[in-house]
Design a protein around this ligand. Structure first.
Ligand code: NAP
Length: 247
């Protein structure tokens, strides 16, 4: 049985990954920041799918919260073998010229600082030379890191560029210590993130322009995440895996 912590697992891609992990019988820490009802729904779905679920509140951009969420999951499960650094946000579509400093700070704090703090915490616990058992870290980036998301979210796109770099560098740092690090780069996926950016129908609209002809489903990203967590991907590290329907 693997012991996994997923940030931002109350909804969307994180929730789908939690449920798929559970279907393998794995234990899953379900982190969320504010939506407790959604987190508890995910935990119920995890348990129904055959895994063990634990809801853990915490803001990934807050170091104290990140340390506490790792402690909580590791104490409950008896250690951790896998971490999915998934929590991420967008703000309403805008040109860079019109973005306020507060917005830029918030996006970078959650998407960059949050990802780095969570990956750092994993890098302090999983490696063999730090007393861990090895494992897998999966970072959730985006195809935005290579499209740049002009006129919508160049801030978000840049934050995902940082996540790509983290996968490339940390993958090499930990390769000799039994820990693999990879990033998944989804294209447009049907989740709540588009409504939080002010356009609930964005995934369907963009989906029509994707070569495959539609937006993706969270479960289609979860398949890759679980594969990267599993021993089936044992020779893959420091890589970026695009799941974007040909985009
Ligand atoms: P979503 O449906 O909006 O869910 C966001 C999740 O992140 C929720 O569980 C939310 O918790 C949590 N969260 C937000 N801020 C947090 C914070 N500061 N600390 C801890 N948790 C926090 O998002 P999604 O579409 O599944 O996106 C998941 C990841 O995939 C993100 O990194 C996103 O950038 C990436 N991605 C998404 C798409 C897409 O089209 N959907 C495409 C490419 C990449 P609460 O429920 O408590 O608010």
């Amino acid at each position: 049985m693997k012991k996994i912590l997923i940030t931002g697992a109350s909804r969307g891609i994180g929730r789908a990954a939690a449920i798929l992990c559970a279907s393998r019988g794995w234990a899953v820490g379900v982190n969320y920041v504010g939506n407790e009802a959604a987190a508890l729904e995910t935990v119920a779905a995890v348990q129904e799918a055959g895994g063990r679920g634990l809801a853990i509140k915490g803001d990934v951009a807050c170091e104290r919260d990140v340390i506490a969420m790792f402690d909580r999951a590791a104490d409950a499960f008896g250690g951790l073998d896998g971490v999915v650094v998934n929590a991420g946000i967008v703000a309403p579509a805008s040109k860079l010229a019109d973005m306020a400093e507060a917005r830029l700070r918030h996006i970078f704090e959650v998407n960059i600082l949050g990802a780095y703090l969570c990956a750092r915490e994993a890098a302090r616990r999983l490696p063999l030379d730090r007393g861990g058992q090895g494992g897998s870290i999966v970072l959730i980036s985006s195809v935005a890191s290579r499209t740049g998301s002009p006129f919508e979210y160049v801030d978000y796109a840049g934050s995902k560029g940082a996540v790509d770099s983290l996968a490339l560098g940390l993958g090499k740092e930990l390769a000799g210590q039994g820990v693999r690090v990879n990033a998944v780069r989804p294209g447009v996926i049907e989740t709540d993130i588009h409504a939080s950016g002010g356009e609930p129908g964005r995934a369907q609209r963009i989906g029509l322009t994707v070569p495959i002809g539609r937006a993706g489903q969270p479960q289609e990203i979860a398949e890759a995440i679980v594969w990267l967590l599993s021993d089936a991907s044992s020779y893959m590290t420091g890589s970026l895996l695009d799941l974007a329907g040909g985009r």
